[in-house]
Ligand binder design. Structure first.
Ligand code: FAD
Length: 478
């Protein structure tokens, strides 16, 4: 093995070491196979890594990290590669991608403690189904749940459609195990609701996008499975009306309100193009739609009656202009398909410039009005496309190019559009990344919008954990 005067090992030697450590299943080197790890799900980010390590245990993850550290080779952790910010794509072509896809064991389920402990590479859908096998609910729910992994969810602090009631994944996590950048393993898999013994390290890794270490396992909260669910899709005239409806519904249903999802007319139009088997339940197009879901533990059918009552009152006062309540599980799924199909709808409608913003609930209407009119002034004919988790103040605000403008020409205006949208967000006290993370996509904007004090603290933390800047370098902070 060739070792330089600084003790570094060359890449070729590192690869030999990884082959020996991980065996034939454990290292991907063939170019054709590398593609799916190097390219992000939407094709926006492309890395040029020549090696993907696939460890199958925490000890193997630690060995890979140790070997890469010794060689001073950057490490890019990767989960299901469904992230939308380019966090899992390497910037430096010498990087080794560490895929967690072989770490997918169920470590423990403790129904009496309402916890489940899983390897980080388990998909979100698998975690949900293990919880269901003991009559529990793991409430994190994303359209990508069949492919995204719990380690990726943790590293992006994922949100999804049930945050209103259960919180994002940070609120669902009791303990973590992680391999630190120096190769040591921290076992913090505690199933405790209360623990004030010093700094709470798990929170550092949640939302860190693999820049402080590799999460290898997690202990997560599970909940009693609801016995009664009611789901409705309603039409409203403005986001302001949608907000009034949110407050009224919460007032009546309290915490049983679990989802309150907003969609603009254009989103419905394009989802029907993208999913030709689906139908709009309404005869006429409406400016805005809201998908409402409530779930509880009373007799089945109670929530449906409650929702019916709320919606008929709201219709009488003109707050709701049309609406439908699912009468079967199949209908419920069809209503959700219209919401979950928004990523496909966006593709069908053309290349939008995406924003994943959050503002205080009381400012959502201001945000949409101000952003719409500022963008139309800057780019006449720009087509609005907005949907999202209204109950969390989180809007996916993704305007599409004016008719006749090519995606490439529109993409050239990306920085200008981002600045217009994010200046409004900053003015309203919001965040430029609500649930997708920073990755490469928002790094320069993060530097622009965060205060020097916060940025200094970020960099100090990064340096303390990863002094050689080898753990997912170039993501979040540089
Ligand atoms: P990856 O994309 O593989 O990685 C994401 C980041 O985490 C990268 O920085 C990576 O380096 C890091 N990472 C991954 N695993 C680990 C680990 N074990 N340890 C340390 N770092 C790690 N997101 C939402 O929040 N809400 C939504 O509603 C939502 N809907 C989506 C719908 C669609 C159709 C798609 C395609 C995406 C959606 N997303 C949503 C985004 C995405 O699914 C989430 O960000 C998800 O949490 C990413 O998980 P992943 O396993 O795919 O992570």
């Amino acid at each position: 093995m060739f070792v330089t005067s600084t003790g570094e090992i060359h890449l070729d030697d590192l690869v030999e070491r990884l082959r020996a450590l991980l065996g034939p299943q454990g290292l991907i080197e063939r170019e054709a196979e590398l593609e799916r790890y190097n390219v992000s799900i939407e094709g926006m980010f492309r890395g040029r890594a020549r090696y993907v390590a696939r460890p199958s245990s925490t000890a193997e993850v630690a060995a890979v990290v140790n070997a890469c550290q010794a060689a001073r080779i950057p490490i890019v952790p990767q989960g299901g590669n469904t992230g939308l910010a380019g966090g899992a794509q390497p910037i430096d072509p010498r990087s080794v991608i560490v895929s967690m896809e072989r770490l997918r064991a169920l470590r423990a389920i403790d129904p009496d403690n309402d916890t489940i402990t899983v390897d980080a590479g388990m998909t979100l859908a698998e975690v949900q189904s293990h919880a269901a096998s003991v009559d529990r609910l793991f409430p994190l729910s994303l359209a990508s749940e069949g492919s995204c992994q719990i380690g990726g969810n943790l590293s992006t602090n994922a949100g999804g459609t049930q945050v209103l009631r259960y919180g994002n994944i940070r609120a669902l996590t009791l303990g973590l195990e992680a391999v630190l950048p120096d190769g040591t393993v921290w076992n913090g898999l505690r199933g405790l609701r209360k623990d004030s013994a010093g700094y709470d390290l798990k929170h550092l890794f949640i939302g860190a996008e693999g820049t402080l270490g590799i999460i290898t396992a997690a202990t997560l909260r599970v909940f009693p499975r609801p016995r009664d669910i009611a789901t409705a899709l309603v039409a409203v005239s403005t986001p302001g009306d949608a907000l009034k409806l949110l407050h009224r519904t919460r007032q009546r249903l309290g915490d049983s309100l679990s989802a309150f999802e907003l969609m603009r007319r254009e989103c419905m139009k394009w989802v029907l193009v993208a999913l030709p088997d689906e139908r709009s339940p309404f005869t006429e197009e409406c400016p805005w739609y809201v998908l409402i879901e409530t779930s509880g533990h009373d007799e089945p059918g109670m929530l449906r009656s409650a929702i019916e009552e709320i919606l008929s009152e709201a219709t009488e006062t003109g707050l709701v202009t049309d609406g439908v309540i699912a009468t079967s599980e199949a209908q419920r799924r069809r209503l959700w398909a219209l919401r979950e199909g928004q990523a496909d709808a966006q593709k069908a409608g053309g290349a939008g410039i995406k924003h994943d913003i959050s503002v205080p609930l009381s400012r959502v209407t201001d945000f949409i009005e101000r952003a719409d009119s500022a963008l139309v002034r800057a780019i006449p004919g720009i087509r609005p496309f907005a949907f999202g988790h209204l109950g969390d103040g989180n809007i996916h605000y993704n305007p599409m190019p004016p008719v006749g403008v090519t995606p490439d020409a529109f993409a050239e205006r990306r920085n200008e559009v981002n600045r217009i949208v994010h200046d409004i967000v900053a003015d309203l006290g919001g965040s430029i990344s609500a649930e997708h993370g920073v990755g490469q996509l928002r790094r320069s904007e993060l530097t622009y919008y965060k205060s020097p004090v916060e940025l200094h603290a970020f960099k100090t933390l990064k340096k303390a954990f990863d002094p050689h800047n080898l753990m997912n370098p170039g993501k979040i902070v540089t």
